[in-house]
Design a protein around this ligand. Structure first.
Ligand SMILES: NC(=O)c1ccc[n+]([C@@H]2O[C@H](COP(=O)([O-])OP(=O)(O)OC[C@H]3O[C@@H](n4cnc5c(N)ncnc54)[C@H](OP(=O)(O)O)[C@@H]3O)[C@@H](O)[C@H]2O)c1
Length: 359
């Protein structure tokens, strides 16, 4: 496989740190540029990230001494030095839109964890096991941008990374409606218990903008490619409540679902066990062998026990049972900064590299 020099924009943040840890021994992608805000620019990565480093493994030696660039002011230099960038920054939405488009116009593909472009119709929002064919819209986007290589592809929100994969293989039974309550980790806000002590022994029933994203983004993922755009699906109807809980990593969801043609519990479990997608077929480096794992034990999945399943890239499901208001209910879990953010971004980049979009 071709080797790629990559940049991490937002390298000092929670998701940026995950990219650094994940790419330490990646067989195809090699970080050669790290960028963040003017606060970090000019410092070595070790100085810039300081006590914010929140990964279980130490900062890779090679990364420690790299000098951080300014993601905005140095964008020409960065674009010239890399084959593509991963982008995860905490900036205003219109600033992120402009920044990502500027990199794409500099012929530098952008694999983004930010929400700014998720509803731009010719920007694909890809969960590699579910909608890899949406990558084809990149041809139309390049035409609009006037680029040969440059484009933007985005990852969906971390909140839906457990229940959309769990619902997807069941769509053939005609999912009519679903309700999901999510119990979301503090790393989803870029925080740790040190930086957010108010979260100890606490639950906060509000995460700004999260419920809208959790209800709307699945419709783009299940949308269809038409005339150079992704046209959003009309259903199923999804309603959510998103709640912040005192957990370091891992978003859990309690899900209810109804169908046009109600399957049996055994049929549902068989669909989950047999489901696999393009990443498994292509043998991509970060692809989990089994994407959806069903636990028969009543007390699983548990956030602390199961979030790292298959290096944090699998989805754990349990407690499937009939419901009195909906057909069924179940619980599912995914790691928010791995499958839900950096890991999902790396897997998407692996898919796009394997399909030639990053050549
Ligand atoms: N955490 C998650 O689980 C998760 C999941 C999915 C998506 N996301 C998305 O990923 C993005 C980053 O989230 P995060 O949790 O990693 O945030 P974070 O920990 O707050 O990190 C933010 C990063 O953005 C950089 N930054 C801030 N202002 C900037 C500016 N003006 N110019 C350039 N860089 C700037 C910061 O650099 P400095 O260190 O120099 O300030 C830092 O590297 C957000 O859009 C978020 O919605 C996060």
């Amino acid at each position: 496989m071709k080797q790629f020099n990559i940049g991490i924009v937002g390298a000092t943040g929670m998701v940026g740190q995950r990219f650094i840890a994940l790419l330490e021994n990646h067989p195809w992608f090699h970080p050669v540029v790290l960028a963040a805000s003017p606060r970090s620019a000019g410092k070595t990565y070790e100085e810039a990230v300081g006590s914010r480093w929140a990964m279980d493994t130490p900062i890779p030696e090679k990364i420690k001494k790299m000098v951080v660039l300014d993601a905005v002011a140095d964008k020409e230099k960065i674009a010239a030095a890399v084959d593509f960038i991963f982008c995860a920054v905490d900036m205003k939405k219109d600033e992120i839109k402009a920044l990502e488009e500027a990199y794409a116009r500099l012929e530098c593909p952008v694999i983004s964890n930010n929400s700014a472009h998720r509803h731009t119709p010719d920007v694909p929002m890809i969960i590699p096991e579910i909608n890899p064919e949406h990558a084809e819209v990149i041809h139309a986007q390049r035409k609009r941008l006037g680029t040969k290589r440059g484009f933007i592809a985005v990852k969906s929100n971390c909140s839906l990374q457990s229940y959309v994969p769990a619902l997807h293989p069941l769509m053939k039974f005609g999912v009519t409606k679903s309700l999901a309550c999510t119990y979301q980790a503090i790393s989803g806000a870029g925080k740790t218990f040190q930086t957010w002590p108010e979260m100890n022994d606490n639950v906060i029933p509000y995460i700004g903008g999260e419920e809208e994203k959790s209800e709307q983004e699945p419709l783009k993922i299940w949308g269809a490619l038409k005339d150079g755009k992704i046209v959003e699906a009309q259903g199923p109807a999804i309603t959510t409540q998103c709640i912040r809980v005192p957990v370091s990593n891992g978003h859990l969801a309690a899900v209810f679902v109804s169908f046009e043609k109600k399957p049996s519990m055994e049929e549902i479990k068989k669909c989950w066990a047999e489901f696999s997608g393009e990443p498994q077929r292509l043998g991509l480096p970060l692809a989990p062998k089994q994407f959806l794992h069903y636990f028969e034990e009543d007390n699983r999945p548990q956030t602390a026990l199961d979030r790292m399943l298959e290096k944090g890239m699998a989805v754990s499901i349990g407690r499937l049972r009939p419901d009195s208001q909906y057909d069924y209910k179940f619980v599912c879990l995914s790691h928010n900064t791995l499958r839900g953010a950096a890991g999902g971004g790396v897997l998407m980049a692996e898919l796009l590299a394997a399909k030639g979009y990053l050549d």
